[in-house]
Design a protein around this ligand. Structure first.
Ligand SMILES: Nc1nc(=O)n([C@H]2C[C@H](O)[C@@H](COP(=O)(O)O)O2)cc1CO
Ligand SMILES: [Zn+2]
Length: 169
């Protein structure tokens, strides 16, 4: 690790990369075999006020509800799963979210876009836009545009961050 003339460490995480990494770490809790999404809400003081990942509602078993993508609607995950962005909002503390930013691994769907707008979040920072062009994303972008919510895709400083969980080795 290099240092500046003052001795300050360099190579530390930027705020953007840090908050996105928190979102991605949270995504590691997801049981979805196909798409793991995490989201992290940050206020104007750069405090994290809510984190979430995609999963079934509390009390609804990860082991009995389906994780399939195809088949009869009720036999897929889609009617049951709570999206990461919704969970981040619902997991946030008592303060209001007006003026906050949400960092999300995947561009929000139209249902989460409504929630994001209604709680007063003003900025969406996303990594992947793999569903760009779908009606859901087109509706999200339309609503974000009209509501004045700024969306930007994060280009991280590096493609990986490694974290050691043990002291040595
Ligand atoms: N922004 C999002 N946040 C999310 O949490 N999700 C969740 C819902 C599903 O659990 C999964 C998408 O599954 P799939 O269709 O890529 O197999 O990601 C999906 C989106 C996409 O709009
Ligand atoms: Zn959603």
């Amino acid at each position: 690790m290099t240092e500046t003339s003052t001795g300050k460490r360099t190579g530390y995480l930027s705020w953007d990369d840090y908050f996105m990494a928190v979102a991605l770490l949270s995504a590691q809790r997801s049981k979805d075999p196909n798409t793991q999404v995490g989201a992290c809400i940050v206020n104007a003081q750069k405090h994290i006020v809510g984190v979430g990942y995609n999963g079934f509602p509390t009390g609804c078993s990860d082991d009995t509800l389906p994780w399939c993508r195809e088949g009869a609607f009720l036999d897929t995950k889609y009617p049951y799963v709570c999206h990461a962005e919704l969970n981040a909002v619902l997991n946030s503390g008592p303060g209001n979210l007006t003026g906050c930013s949400i960092y999300t691994a995947l561009f929000p769907c139209n249902e989460c876009a409504k929630v994001i707008i209604q709680v007063g979040i003003r900025e969406v920072v996303f990594l992947s836009d793999k569903y760009a062009g779908t009606d859901s994303v087109r509706a999200s972008r339309r609503m974000f545009d009209q509501a004045g919510v700024v969306c930007r895709q994060l280009i991280p400083a590096s493609s990986t961050i490694s974290i050691r969980l043990t002291e040595n080795g």
